[in-house]
Design a protein. Structure first.
Length: 282
């Protein structure tokens, strides 16, 4: 399934991919483009450490954007990204108070851009599993698990968008919610709580497009299918024969679509859900 389905249990570098590099790489810290913060466009991204999130960091950074990443973990001190620690916020999106504190911190850090936010990408998501990685259905998912999944996958995105609405208004910015093909059908690996939270997020995207539009803010969603990442569920390869393009998608292909929805190329697109699944939804 899409690369945003599971929750990382260790600190990872959102700018380097995978775990923190060794001492040799520390001496070769990657440099962001030499552009003052006041002149750079800014992206706030949740779920940035791997898969789709990691590819999104690379896509926007290569275009000169400032990328503020949000994660449950502190920024790895060995990560080779020069501005990473300064542009990283530790937040537990499953906790309302932690999310509210993160919003306040993001607003403070955006002062360098005159309080402007060009894009918010809600990519973080969780999908709890049964022992052995089996999906949790609507009968065996505890109410507590339902609440946590919806807090991270559904409530956190609207909390962030509402909390940063003034900054988005100043930049006439864009919001991209990452949904899933599992939100429109029963999936062999994605659990019921995850699937219904993504269906709700798709509906929320339409509501947000209607409500945020008069403020000059566009709101869209991308719905990834089977994306090839390090956290694919075992057996995903068996689904390839159901995909018209007969292959798995790549994180970079999803990142390109996210970038499109955050830039002038999509200036008259709002309320849309873009399916990135090789035709699996047809």
């Amino acid at each position: 399934m899409a690369a945003n389905e599971t929750r990382s249990t260790s600190a990872e570098c959102p700018h380097a991919g995978g775990t923190a590099p060794d001492e040799d790489r520390r001496e070769k810290r990657r440099r962001v483009p030499d552009i003052p913060n006041s002149e750079r466009k800014t992206l706030v991204l949740t779920g940035a450490s791997r898969g789709i999130g990691h590819a999104t960091v690379k896509r926007f950074s290569s275009a000169g954007w400032r990328v503020i990443t949000c994660s449950r973990h502190p920024f790895p001190e060995d990560c080779p990204w020069e501005m990473g620690e300064e542009d990283h916020i530790q937040v537990d999106l499953a906790d309302v108070e932690s999310t509210e504190r993160a919003i306040a911190e993001i607003r403070e850090r955006l002062q360098d851009q005159g309080g402007r936010l060009n894009a918010l990408v809600n990519n973080a998501a969780i999908s709890p599993k049964l022992p052995g990685g089996k999906r949790m259905n609507s009968i065996d998912t505890s109410i507590e698990d339902w609440k946590i999944v919806f807090q991270v996958n559904f409530f956190a995105p609207i909390m962030l968008a509402r909390g940063l609405i003034e900054e988005l208004k100043r930049a006439k910015g864009a919001v991209v919610n990452v949904t899933s093909i599992a939100g429109s059908r029963v999936h062999p690996f994605a659990g019921s709580a995850y699937a219904t939270s993504k269906a709700a997020l798709a509906a929320l995207t339409r509501e947000m497009a209607h409500d945020f539009g008069p403020h000059g803010i566009r709101v869209n969603a991308i719905s990834p299918g089977e994306i090839e990442t390090s956290i694919l569920s075992p057996g995903t390869e068996k689904l390839i024969e159901q995909i018209p393009l007969r292959r798995l998608g790549q994180p970079e292909e999803v990142a390109k679509a996210i970038y499109f929805l955050c830039t002038e190329a999509s200036s008259y697109v709002t309320g849309a859900e873009l399916h990135i699944n090789g035709g699996q939804h047809v």
